[in-house]
Ligand binder design. Structure first.
Ligand code: HEC
Ligand code: HEC
Ligand code: HEC
Ligand code: HEC
Ligand code: HEC
Ligand code: HEC
Ligand code: HEC
Ligand code: HEC
Ligand code: HEC
Ligand code: HEC
Length: 283
């Protein structure tokens, strides 16, 4: 946890009143002109960073995000990082200076960081005086999935389909499957997807005595769509037999495909994800 390392640092911390480092003006100076912001800031989660004396620079507070402010104090409103005009890279650097590496998070390799989206597309400062309080936990701009739907319209549409993972009803969140940050994977590549699915659907991945190679080698998304679909069981094909026959184009003559009873493959091959007892997944 970030908090734990923060507490360690806290042992040698100095209070916010200490004189700031060169180039920094210190929070007391900011307060002269931004009193309302300072009041709001003291109620926000980042007040902890000041209380615990997290670097850079004791007594820095505001400037840990906004950068050294001496020049701004002399020439407001210039010379300060606003989180509005700067390139994403610069905004990200302000945040990861404290957050990178803690609690195993690797923000720089997060899907959005790599896509050039800064932290503040999803997070707020928490000291916005126009909002009475931080309404959403974790300093988020909005709750999931609405937060994500703002930019991912296609997935929003998929999530209204007849069969879906019910993110809009709060049954699960986008971030249950997607490491929005902190995971090294850019997106849901095979292994990351398997791992995510396995968190909630234990037993579908094995290990099995008799593995279905389609599952073991190419993973859940070989046969399922992750978001939503018009196909039952979130399958990629409307009819199970179409799915199976794509890979098993030649099957024993015992399977008389002109008979409907043979078209529903999983009526007999019930252990389709893999089996402990039957090599043909018949049970
Ligand atoms: C002498 C008065 C004064 C001091 C001291 C001062 N500011 Fe400002 N600041 C201003 C003025 C004036 C503006 C522009 C009007 C506004 O947005 O409120 C401003 C704007 C800002 C903005 C927004 C810039 C924008 O364009 O959106 C930030 C961020 C900011 N100040 C941070 C700080 C920080 C951090 C400190 C302490 C290091 C600080 N200010 C100290 C006067 C001051
Ligand atoms: C954790 C990083 C962080 C810290 C610490 C921080 N800010 Fe900000 N600040 C931001 C971000 C991000 C924005 C962009 C708008 C938003 O999310 O509220 C912002 C916006 C602002 C603005 C312009 C918009 C507004 O709310 O009026 C001012 C002024 C400002 N900050 C002043 C301060 C002062 C003064 C402090 C110290 C009491 C401070 N900030 C501490 C991240 C931070
Ligand atoms: C000076 C170091 C520092 C900087 C810079 C910083 N943070 Fe933090 N952040 C902290 C600390 C300390 C906490 C609170 C301890 C904890 O919850 O682990 C925290 C907590 C958070 C939280 C969790 C809040 C909660 O309610 O659980 C989020 C989200 C966050 N920071 C995002 C950001 C973003 C975005 C930026 C850049 C705009 C940023 N931080 C810049 C130190 C920092
Ligand atoms: C695409 C949106 C998005 C972006 C971009 C983003 N975050 Fe987050 N962040 C989230 C969500 C969603 C959560 C809450 C996850 C949860 O509920 O478990 C979160 C949670 C956090 C937390 C709290 C972690 C915890 O376990 O309490 C921190 C700290 C944080 N983010 C920092 C950052 C930093 C730093 C950046 C930029 C490098 C960033 N975030 C970029 C969406 C985002
Ligand atoms: C401010 C806009 C914005 C928000 C908000 C946002 N994203 Fe993104 N996201 C992007 C952009 C831009 C990309 C990179 C371009 C792309 O692949 O669509 C991206 C990429 C992704 C990818 C990788 C896509 C790929 O093809 O590799 C995933 C997964 C993703 N976002 C999930 C989320 C989740 C989950 C949330 C909510 C917690 C979220 N996004 C919020 C803009 C956003
Ligand atoms: C059940 C797990 C799961 C949930 C919940 C989930 N996703 Fe995904 N998402 C995936 C997987 C797996 C992929 C990769 C699909 C592939 O490779 O065929 C993916 C792909 C994506 C992509 C890349 C483009 C695409 O569609 O292939 C985006 C963007 C995305 N998801 C956004 C979201 C958003 C936004 C939410 C919340 C509304 C969300 N996801 C919820 C598992 C999930
Ligand atoms: C956070 C938990 C969670 C994760 C992670 C998750 N699922 Fe689910 N899944 C559920 C829940 C809950 C349901 C039941 C849906 C309902 O009743 O709304 C479900 C249902 C399903 C169904 C059955 C739908 C039906 O109509 O019976 C399939 C197939 C499925 N998930 C596949 C996946 C795949 C593939 C992944 C990984 C990409 C995955 N799930 C990841 C929670 C999860
Ligand atoms: C070879 C294709 C295939 C692969 C790979 C596959 N599935 Fe399935 N899955 C199916 C079929 C077909 C059904 C429908 C079974 C039926 O008709 O009863 C199903 C049904 C499900 C169901 C809902 C019914 C139930 O048994 O609970 C869940 C949940 C599920 N799969 C999760 C997963 C997960 C998680 C993975 C990856 C570990 C995965 N599947 C990989 C073909 C596959
Ligand atoms: C992505 C391709 C793929 C899909 C889709 C797929 N399978 Fe398979 N299946 C395989 C592979 C590869 C093997 C291993 C073949 C081998 O060992 O000869 C296999 C093995 C089997 C076996 C054991 C056969 C044997 O000779 O040991 C059965 C039974 C089977 N699959 C049934 C199904 C059914 C039913 C479906 C539809 C729900 C299905 N498969 C979907 C690729 C697939
Ligand atoms: C009525 C039950 C039943 C249905 C329905 C059924 N199977 Fe089978 N399947 C069996 C039995 C029994 C065997 C072993 C005997 C044999 O192969 O002749 C078998 C064997 C197999 C094998 C391994 C032998 C081979 O052909 O390589 C595959 C693959 C297979 N089935 C795929 C499918 C597919 C695909 C479907 C749907 C189109 C399907 N089965 C529907 C009962 C069924």
């Amino acid at each position: 946890m970030l908090l734990c390392s923060a507490l360690l640092l806290g042992g040698q911390s100095v209070s916010a009143q200490e004189p700031p480092e060169a180039g920094y003006a210190g929070m007391d100076t900011c307060e002269i002109c931004h009193e309302d912001v300072v009041t709001a800031f003291k109620k926000s989660p980042h007040w902890a960073a000041v209380r615990l004396g997290i670097p850079p620079g004791d007594g820095v507070g505001c400037e840990s995000c906004h950068g050294p402010g001496e020049a701004h104090v002399e020439d407001a409103p210039e010379h300060i990082i606003t989180f509005r005009d700067e390139p994403a890279r610069e905004r990200i650097a302000q945040c990861v200076s404290c957050h990178e590496g803690r609690s195993g998070m690797r923000f720089r390799r997060g899907i959005h960081t790599l896509a050039g989206q800064a932290c503040d597309v999803c997070h707020v400062s928490g000291h916005d005086v126009s909002k009475a309080a931080v309404a959403v936990p974790k300093l988020l701009k909005d709750s999931e999935p609405e937060l994500c739907f703002d930019c991912h319209a296609r997935q929003a549409a998929e999530m209204t389909m007849p069969f879906r993972h019910r993110t809009s009803d709060g049954v699960l969140k986008c971030s249950d499957c997607h490491g929005v940050h902190g995971k090294s994977v850019r997106r849901m590549e095979k292994h990351a997807a398997q791992e995510a699915c396995q968190n909630c659907h234990r037993g579908k991945q094995g290990p099995f005595m008799f593995e279905h190679l389609a599952n073991t080698v190419t993973g859940c998304v070989t046969c399922h769509v992750p978001h939503g679909s018009t196909n039952p069981k979130l399958l990629i094909r409307h009819q199970v037999s179409f799915l199976c026959l794509e890979c098993h184009s030649v099957i024993t003559r015992y399977h008389d495909l002109s008979q409907t009873r043979f078209q529903n493959c999983t009526v007999c091959h019930t252990a389709i994800h893999g089996s402990q007892v039957n090599s043909l997944f018949l049970r």
